[in-house]
Design a protein around this ligand. Structure first.
Ligand code: ADP
Ligand code: ZN
Length: 738
């Protein structure tokens, strides 16, 4: 490799190094650049290079990657501009990027782009300025000025905005005091990064928890790759237990990453982390500001940041020495990223752990079938927690047969559920109503002509959002005011909502229990992260009587006052043509009912269903997970579905339907023959049109011992490229079949 990288220029020109640089673009090649001898461009260095008419930031890779065999013309080779003053990309991150690229069939440049998603890390950061009290008060002292001075008497430097907030004045007041010489502007000291203390507050463990914690600690002490499935019922204290794995890892001076499926969860989580480790963890998700992202990215790369909690993208941070990866709620589909680089973060966490000799902990009360099979096969260590912490019991689950106890006309709650909630409220406890559907009504229809309002750019009905007074498409975001007259027949006031969404259930709740304090949790009703956190905190504090929510409420929250959970439509999701439909419904029902009765109060779950005899419903009611698992495993074996078979999807789309269809046919026809691999389709996608693009799907099914990626590569390398507005998307291990 060295001989490749050093290039002796002819004549007596100085010796120049030549290095391959990978750019964060849709490319699978490195480009060679010349480096002056005095520039340190070791592998992993982030460098600025000329690229066409532009400058780009790239990474010096440690090998040359080239899909074209064209020799590089030395004379045309450009020199790199400079090295960035940021820590280099660790070698493990390079191997990880290559692995993910190969597995997901994504150009390496796009994976590397995920690793560099912190622009601020590469830019000059203006020092943050603050103000500090130095001089005497000005002669004209308004009450506002007085408050501002009082708030700053300790002489510390504060950001102007936060001082203004503390003193309840406008920033103009602060500016005035700077002018008068009372305050001075100065650079904020770098706050540095908090250091989590592994010994800060170790809880007293129940016996089962203690054993589980010790098993995890000894895995960490082994400093080797391992995967543990922490499989504990809701409320068994999985968080407390895996914190001990994190603590042991911190004792070793290695970094910890805790991945959560939903950033709405991080509020409560941060508080729990702080209680255990004495400081807040660093957060990495879409709601973190650009500047903060840059700061955290660098600190993760240098090793200064010890513990990160984050969404799936945090797995691509350039960890200096990652010793432990915890994936909480590992069964959640939110770990699958669908756009651009499609990857399953839980699976990639296992790969990352393997490359970096880290312990991986997958935690869930309803582990994915994939993980349960791996545990059965002995690939994963299986740690079980079968009891709730302290004297809390699992809630009692019953089905409400909607055929026998239907809701009144135009209503959605059965009298049985209404009585249960009334009783719960009488005891001063909380109830939660769960419906996995945003908005007011999923369909709006004309009672005169039967016309249904659908999206002009997708094959989907528009959902009424009454709170905002609009009809919205949940696939493309298109929205329009609710029409008074039918767009088709022109009848006045003939449009009627069909079916319930959370807003409609909320309306019914207000009607039945006018005095109840409601909390509605739906991503579209809460403007931002902090509002979401406020609502969650209010629920935790017992400031709501009835909670109504979409799937955000199902995930991992700990609501101490919650006694009754009602599932408005337990059958939703069962009808989908998706190999994981049963699994997903089972998990969702177990998770959402599992929010009830977590602190000693007796909890119960009531599921409204038209199919009480359905195996998923039966397993949920009896709590017999093993029975469900046996059945599900058998079905997957027979159908050669994951984890017994491997799937990939090819999705072809174009503005014009014939173009999409023709190309999809051509792609399918080009599939290399292979006896054990099935190529199904193309068929029009269930969601046939999204954003005006017609979609066709091809599904590839293979036994699990087949190298599906090699097959796909051999196939896709030999088809004519998608030209014009045609697009071909590859989804390895698909989770969505729409
Ligand atoms: P899970 O994630 O398994 O559903 P949690 O980790 O949220 O459960 O624990 C449920 C509740 O019990 C939390 O409030 C947690 O703080 C508490 N808890 C669990 N184990 C302990 C323990 N050993 N000491 C004190 N509190 C605990
Ligand atoms: Zn649409």
């Amino acid at each position: 490799m060295d001989s490749l990288l050093t290039y002796a220029a002819p004549g007596d020109a100085p010796l120049m190094q030549r290095v391959p640089v990978l750019l964060p673009m849709l490319l699978d090649t490195t480009f060679d650049y010349l480096v002056d001898d005095d520039v340190d461009a070791a592998p992993g260095t982030f460098v600025r290079v000329p690229f066409g008419p532009q400058e780009r930031i790239g990474i010096v890779w440690d090998r040359r990657i080239d899909t074209s065999s064209k020799p590089v013309d030395e004379a045309k080779m450009k020199a790199l501009i400079r090295a960035h003053d940021v820590p280099p990309l660790p070698e493990i991150s390079m191997r990880f990027a290559e692995w993910v690229a190969r597995y997901t069939l994504t150009p390496l440049g796009m994976v590397v782009r995920l690793m560099m998603s912190a622009n601020a890390a590469f830019e000059y950061q203006r020092p943050r300025m603050g103000v500090r009290l130095i001089g005497p008060p000005p002669p004209r002292l308004t009450p506002g000025r007085e408050r501002a001075i009082a708030a700053a008497t300790d002489g510390n430097i504060r950001p102007k905005a936060s001082l203004a907030r503390d003193a309840d004045v406008s920033t103009a007041v602060i500016d005035g005091l700077v002018k008068s010489g009372t305050f001075v502007q100065s650079e904020m000291p770098d706050a540095g990064f908090p250091f989590p203390d592994a010994e800060h507050a170790i809880p007293e463990f129940a016996e089962q928890q203690d054993q589980a914690a010790e098993t995890l600690r000894s895995a960490i002490r082994g400093k080797n790759f391992s995967v543990s499935l922490l499989d504990g019922i809701t409320g068994s204290g999985k968080t407390e237990v895996y914190f001990e794995a994190a603590a042991e890892c911190l004792r070793q001076g290695r970094q910890v990453l805790i991945m959560l499926p939903e950033i709405a969860l991080t509020g409560q989580f941060v508080a729990r982390f702080e209680k255990r480790f004495g400081c807040r963890p660093l957060e990495w998700h879409s709601a973190i500001s650009q500047g903060e992202r840059g700061r955290i990215w660098k600190a993760v790369a240098s090793g200064e940041a010890q513990a990160i909690i984050g969404a799936r993208s945090s797995l691509f941070l350039p960890f200096h020495d990652l010793g432990c990866i915890i994936v909480d709620e590992e069964h959640e589909n939110a770990f699958k990223q669908e756009d651009r680089v499609t990857y399953q973060a839980r699976d990639m966490a296992v790969v990352r752990g393997h490359l970096g000799k880290a312990s991986v902990v997958l935690a869930s009360a309803t582990p994915s079938i994939e993980s349960q099979v791996n545990a059965r096969d002995g690939k994963y260590r299986h740690i079980r927690l079968t009891e709730r912490y302290s004297d809390a019991e699992l809630p009692e689950i019953t089905a409400i047969d909607m055929r026998k106890d239907p809701a009144p006309r135009g209503r959605w709650l059965s009298p049985v559920l209404v009585d249960a909630i009334t009783e719960t409220s009488r005891k001063g406890q909380q109830s939660l109503l769960f419906l996995n559907r945003r908005g007011y009504a999923p369909l709006t229809l004309c009672k005169s002509c039967g016309h249904r309002i659908d999206c002009p750019q997708c094959s989907a009905y528009l959902v009424e959002h009454r709170f905002r007074g609009r009809l919205t498409c949940h696939h493309c975001g298109f929205n329009t005011p609710l029409p008074r007259t039918c767009p088709k027949c022109g009848d006045q006031d003939s449009m009627i909502p069909c079916g319930p969404g959370v807003e409609r259930v909320a309306e019914e709740v207000r009607d039945i229990w006018p005095d109840a304090r409601l909390a509605i949790l739906s991503s579209d009703l809460t403007p931002g992260m902090s509002e979401m956190r406020d609502i969650l905190a209010a629920i935790t504090a017992g400031e709501a009587d009835i909670i109504i929510g979409t799937q955000i409420v199902a995930k991992g929250h700990h609501f101490p006052h919650l006694a009754t959970v009602g599932v408005v439509d337990g059958d939703l999701g069962l009808g989908q043509a998706d190999p994981r439909a049963a699994e997903r419904t089972f998990q969702l029902l177990a998770q959402v009912t599992g929010r009830a009765g977590r602190t000693g109060t007796e909890g119960r779950g009531l599921i409204q269903t038209h199919l009480p005899e359905h195996p998923v419903m039966q397993a949920t009611i009896s709590g017999d997970r093993e029975l469900f698992l046996e059945r599900e495993i058998l079905q997957r074996q027979v159908a050669v579905y994951p984890p017994y078979g491997r799937l990939a999807a090819l999705i072809v789309s174009a503005k014009m339907k014939p173009a999409a269809e023709d190309y999809a046919r051509l792609v399918a026809r080009s599939a290399p023959p292979a006896t054990s691999i099935m190529v199904l389709g193309p068929v029009e996608a269930p969601l046939a049109i999204i954003r005006g693009r017609h979609r066709f799907r091809i599904l590839i099914k293979a036994p699990r011992e087949i190298d599906l990626q090699a097959y796909l590569r051999g196939w896709l390398d030999n088809i004519p490229p998608a030209k014009g507005d045609l697009r071909l998307q590859v989804d390895v291990d698909p989770y969505s079949f729409l």
